[in-house]
Write a protein that binds this ligand. Structure first.
Ligand code: 5CA
Ligand code: ZN
Length: 407
């Protein structure tokens, strides 16, 4: 599919430090160690509703990863999927009497415009699952050849017994896994399964549902295998970061890691599993299924997208937090102050701003710390401190390149 257009990223003097990130599988912050090309996979939307602030927060986090890697001198190969056929999409289309393809296409297009407005760097490959059904089926065949699957009434399951390291990504107890599996699209109670946590790879055609031919008969892919197939095809096994919100830790990233391991023979499938926190509204996680949403496209009608970006940056990417309207008001004030400061003919020297921002951001993306650094510079500049003529322009570039905020 078409990706979206890329904002320009200014080049900064010098080179940033290696990026350190919290890896869920390791349970600690450690250095990312990409080669010349850093490889990033970020799970995309299920396009049955518009982009909300929770999505935006997650994609912003990985946009920062992308920017910090570039600043450290890497090229970044970034791939993203869109889950353009899945139960929730089909259910929504059915409820509202729309064609599921049209619904998906419309929401994906809106997502692109939201991502562009928020200055999220686009993936090199933006792949809809329906574009790669054959690739997904081939991967399932490979898993079948390795003895990792079984058939249940025409559906194909991954046999969790074929994944000796199961649990290694999430670190969750079996009880917690069972609980989350049921809540997040799994079917722990289906009769006939060998183990409650075995997950669906291929779903045989049901009446009224879209389906494609495959070696296992007409049907459609299960959820986790799509990301494994798309990541493998574009990035290969052993890529640097697999990312998404923390609701994807289990089962999605856990299951995907073992599919990739069995298929590619390499462990770990991704060198680091990185997760953004959940954004809530009125005390509950923002989610399309609950409907407690603040849409990016709606907020964009009343404010500058850079204020939205700044409002999100005020939270550490790993924390869970709740959206309130006053956060946007504070972000608007900050944006106006920063714009005034970089519009001055001179200001306090900016090399230390660059060094401090790099230090904050490469330390597990401490965006709130980075905002404080720029705030302090802007305060000094607006108070008439400093006489460096090049400083305002350099701060403008730093904030653009590392935080993605255009002043
Ligand atoms: N299509 C799958 C991934 S393959 C999916 O989870 N789609 S989604 O539309 O439900 O979510 C898209 C991304 O936004 C995921 O990374 C998810 O973890 C993240 N996300 C969803 N809700 C929130 C939220 N309230 N706060 C933060 N991130 C969220
Ligand atoms: Zn995914």
């Amino acid at each position: 599919m078409r990706s979206w257009s890329a904002p320009k990223v200014p080049r900064l003097p010098g080179v940033g430090a290696p990026l350190r990130l919290f890896d869920t599988a390791a349970g600690e912050v450690g250095p990312t160690q990409p080669g010349p090309t850093a490889r990033l996979y970020v799970c995309g939307i299920t396009p049955y509703d518009a982009t909300h602030l929770g999505h935006a927060n997650t994609y912003l986090a990985f946009d920062l990863v992308n920017r910090l890697w570039r600043d450290a001198g890497h090229e970044v190969h970034f791939t993203q999927n869109a889950t353009d056929v899945d139960d929730p999409l089909l259910e929504r289309a059915e409820q509202t009497g729309q064609d599921w393809r049209e619904l998906a296409e419309r929401e994906i297009e809106l997502f692109r415009t939201d991502m562009e407005a928020l200055r999220i760097l686009p993936p090199r490959e933006y792949v809809g699952v329906t574009e790669v059904i054959d690739q997904v089926a081939e991967l399932i065949e490979l898993l079948r050849d390795k003895g990792a699957t079984y058939d249940l009434d025409g559906d194909v399951y991954f046999d969790v017994a074929a994944a000796p390291k199961f649990g290694a990504v999430s670190g969750y107890s079996e009880e917690r896994m069972l609980d989350l599996f049921g809540q997040r699209g799994g079917d722990p109670d289906r009769a006939g399964k060998k183990h409650p946590l075995d997950w669906l790879l291929w779903r045989a055609e049901r009446p009224g549902e879209p389906s494609w031919p495959s070696p296992f008969g007409q049907g459609r892919p299960g959820w986790h295998i799509e990301c494994t197939a798309i990541a493998l095809a574009n990035l290969g096994s052993g890529f640097d970061v697999a990312g998404g919100g923390s609701d994807l830790i289990f089962p999605h990233h856990e299951c995907g890691a073992h599919e990739g391991h069995v298929a590619g023979g390499e462990w770990p499938f991704a060198k680091a599993y990185v997760h953004a926190g959940m954004v809530a509204l009125d005390g509950e996680k923002m989610s399309k299924s609950k409907g407690n949403l603040v849409f990016v496209s709606r907020l964009r009608q009343e404010t500058d997208p850079m204020a939205i970006r700044l409002a999100l940056l005020a939270h550490h990417y790993r924390s869970d937090w709740e959206w309130t309207a006053d956060q946007l008001a504070s972000a608007e004030v900050r944006l106006a102050r920063w714009r005034s400061a970089v519009g001055l003919p001179a200001g306090p020297e900016a090399e230390t701003v660059l060094a401090e921002l790099r230090a904050r951001m490469t330390d597990d993306l401490d965006a709130p710390g980075a905002l404080a650094v720029v705030d302090a510079w802007a305060d000094r500049a607006l108070a008439g401190g400093g006489a460096e003529p090049g400083a305002p322009a350099l701060v403008r570039d730093i904030v653009d390149a590392l935080l993605g905020v255009e002043l």
